[in-house]
Design a protein around this ligand. Sequence first.
Ligand SMILES: CSCC[C@H](NC=O)C(=O)O
Ligand SMILES: [Zn+2]
Ligand SMILES: [Zn+2]
Length: 417
Amino acid sequence: DPVYHFQQYLRIKTAHPDPDYPTAVSYLHELAKSIPNLQTRILNLHPHKPKPLLLITLPGSNPSLPSLLLNSHLDSVPAEPSKWLHPPFDAVKTDDGCIFARGAQDDKCIAIQYLEAIRNIFYKHPGFKPIRTVHICYVPDEEIGGLDGMAKFVESDEFKEMNVGFFLDEGQASTNDEYRVFYADRSPWNLVIKATGQPGHGSKMFDNSAMENLMKSVEVVSKFRENQFDLVKAGVARNSEVISANPVYLKAGIVADSSGDGKFVMNMQPSEAEAGYDVRLPPTVDPDLLKKRIADEWAPASRNMSFHIVEKGPLRDYAGRPLVTATNDSNPWWTVFKSAVEAAGGKLSKPEILASTTDARYMRVRGIPSLGFSPMKNTPILLHDHNEFLKDTIFLEGIKIYESIIKALSSFEGATP
Ligand SMILES: CSCC[C@H](NC=O)C(=O)O
Ligand SMILES: [Zn+2]
Ligand SMILES: [Zn+2]
């Protein structure tokens, strides 16, 4: 029973900071072995740490054609059990069919749906023969940037030999009857702005303290954020189409003692202060313009400010193009994908940019067309939230959608760029 398999998989604790990858991989491995025609491989992406990747292959009759790769990350973000209605790793199913668990939407649903879809294809059509090879990969560490996951996998000989032509990755739930599909991710920057300034007695009023310098910048960034957010609130742009700059930490002050109880010296004005921001850039933004704005307005040297950006993902591919996948007839994969969703009775809403970031960037940067898609309709968007759940009927409908997608894409013989 697919729903039972989903629940069993959700019960394996792959939440950070201590994800149990080996148990998850062996569960999926056993599940794959119960399905006809699937070959399996386990790659160890890290020489010392347990970071396995499970690769499943359904060989096509024409291995010279570029293959289809379906992806699901094995890991989840943490959960705070005390704030949940049901324990986040019990995968409780309520009377109305809602399965509550961390990972129910992000993204353990698709992990099981891919496999159950292939099982159904062979159950309904035992003689089905795919033309293109279909691969599924289950990768570690997406939630923490994928450096020991997808980033390593795409460098491997195994990946190169797969000759991937089209990549399907996770998307997000939709709250209406149409499925959402994502043709790009925003690219993340970790931005740290630092202020230095005049130290002094806590009782003294003077200009150019580090705190004052930092707080002026915090206000400037907040104003920028407000302007971007206003575009969203006014309906001019979607959340994922503007630049977000959200403060994630503030650090300053002189620690009073080493007891670690977080007490600060109260009568000293510190000489250093810093703030951290999660910045996300839509794919068509010019990164140099934003860097200039940061240098001129957010962290001006004239106010004793400096900044440091860690780019957690590329904005352009190797040919210098923005990391976007075409969702029109110029991309035959798109055309086949869309028809397959519709043939299964599904409707797609207008393709979107994903507000967050996925492992799809490792494909798009190599020029491999990639879509984000998790078939969850009429479902509240609860990724990374408390009480993440997915309803059994929605989950099962998603399997039907993937049956259609996998059949259509693996049977597609036409030319692909
Ligand atoms: C820096 S890559 C981090 C990837 C992560 N993905 C899901 O939430 C995200 O923060 O969007
Ligand atoms: Zn995810
Ligand atoms: Zn996530």
